[in-house]
Design a protein around this ligand. Structure first.
Ligand SMILES: [Zn+2]
Length: 143
């Protein structure tokens, strides 16, 4: 079952591999390592393989903040119950472990939230690369 969800063509594949939601070949981000913070939010304007528009409109990724908020909440609850198991209601271990874990996971949460968000609005197309979308701005750069 799990290997079926991770097959190319599923949304989970695109989200976990940070691939273009339309062709699932092109990378969503310029630099693969999320911990190179300078490039954390650097995405190509269009998918290099199929031409899917990654920016769509100004402020498109504001919606990804809602996804990020949700996943951060889930992580916080898990951390809280784990810490609670060892330290009870003590506030300091709770806050310290939350700060460490959320800071450490921030780049991963940031990028996966964007991937989830764009996957809500885009569908996989197995023929996306053959039917590449060419954009006027790209053509002008090539001249
Ligand atoms: Zn693509």
């Amino acid at each position: 079952m799990s290997f079926l969800l991770l097959k190319k063509g599923s949304k989970l594949y695109s989200i976990l591999k940070l691939k273009c939601p339309r062709c699932q070949e092109g990378d969503l981000f310029d630099v693969k390592n999320p911990y190179r913070l300078r490039y954390l939010d650097k995405m190509p304007h269009y998918c290099p393989k199929c031409g899917e528009d990654f920016r769509r409109e100004v402020g498109f990724y504001y919606g990804a903040m809602m996804i990020s908020h949700g996943s951060t909440t889930v992580i916080a609850v898990i951390v809280h119950f784990t810490v609670f198991h060892f330290y009870g209601w003590a506030i300091a271990p709770n806050i310290i472990s939350l700060l460490i874990i959320l800071n450490g996971l921030f780049p991963v949460i940031f990028r996966s939230s964007r991937a989830i968000w764009i996957n809500i609005f885009s569908k996989y197309d197995p023929h996306a690369i053959e039917n590449k979308i060419f954009h006027k701005e790209e053509m002008e750069i090539k001249k």
